[in-house]
Design a protein around this ligand. Sequence first.
Ligand SMILES: Nc1ncnc2c1ncn2[C@@H]1O[C@H](C[S@+](CC[C@H]([NH3+])C(=O)[O-])CC(=O)[O-])[C@@H](O)[C@H]1O
Ligand SMILES: O=C(O)C(=O)Cc1ccccc1
Length: 246
Amino acid sequence: MSEVDKLFASPISKVDDFRFDDAVARVFPDMIKRSVPGYPTIIESIGVIAGQYAQPGTLIYDLGCSLGAATQSMRRHLPLNGCRIIAVDNAEAMSERCREYLSAQDAMLEEAIPAEVITADINALTLQPCSMVVLNFTLQFIPTHQRLALLQRIRKALLPGGVLVLSEKLNFTDSQTQNALESLHYAFKRANGYSELEIAQKRTAIENVMRPDPLEVHQQRLRDAGFSHSHLWFQCLNFCSMIAHT
Ligand SMILES: Nc1ncnc2c1ncn2[C@@H]1O[C@H](C[S@+](CC[C@H]([NH3+])C(=O)[O-])CC(=O)[O-])[C@@H](O)[C@H]1O
Ligand SMILES: O=C(O)C(=O)Cc1ccccc1
């Protein structure tokens, strides 16, 4: 269903800001796997984390679900325990394809917990009581000044014992660390077949729309949002994932 990402392979006279449009949606599985070190491990582990923390009979949110990779993983790992997943994305190109992928999964799995896809802005969505929320590389696309309010709403919706899985690209305040890990990230992309031109043009496309924070900023913001404890459970180069507890 998915194609090879060649979106930035030819010279572009003026690189536009990155958007989750139809062209991106078509190549997204290939793009994210070749761009985010550790992505397959994170996706698989989100299913394992759901197995540990999703409470029977409750709701799980996958916010900024793209094509629903995290939702699919949770459905592979969770028993039929009365849980239900709501996957949300405001990009129609993504949410429409996400519905198709989940229907294909329905046909593959004999029984899976129900999953519904909503096309909506997660900043405007009323969150119902839930035991787990996934923000897998989504918060970095939310304008910085709106991030705390979103985390506060997630914290309020979570039931006692509930968790947030927050995966993000990281920035480092120490320039030596920043340069070393950024350079290794570009080496990772080259090793996955991206050219210097593709790396440079993609970098220009995302620089105004994706703004990574340092780990300490995330940890303080999670505390400010009311989470009692958060910890890193995964890091590969400048990409990480955290679990925040109610
Ligand atoms: N305000 C918003 N409301 C809803 N969706 C949004 C918003 N802003 C951005 N998005 C959506 O967040 C997703 C970010 S991709 C997530 C990968 C996925 N989680 C995965 O597990 O494969 C990460 C990446 O491409 O690096 C896109 O689909 C956006 O449309
Ligand atoms: O490609 C990059 O450099 C990234 O940081 C990750 C990414 C992956 C998919 C869409 C946008 C950004």
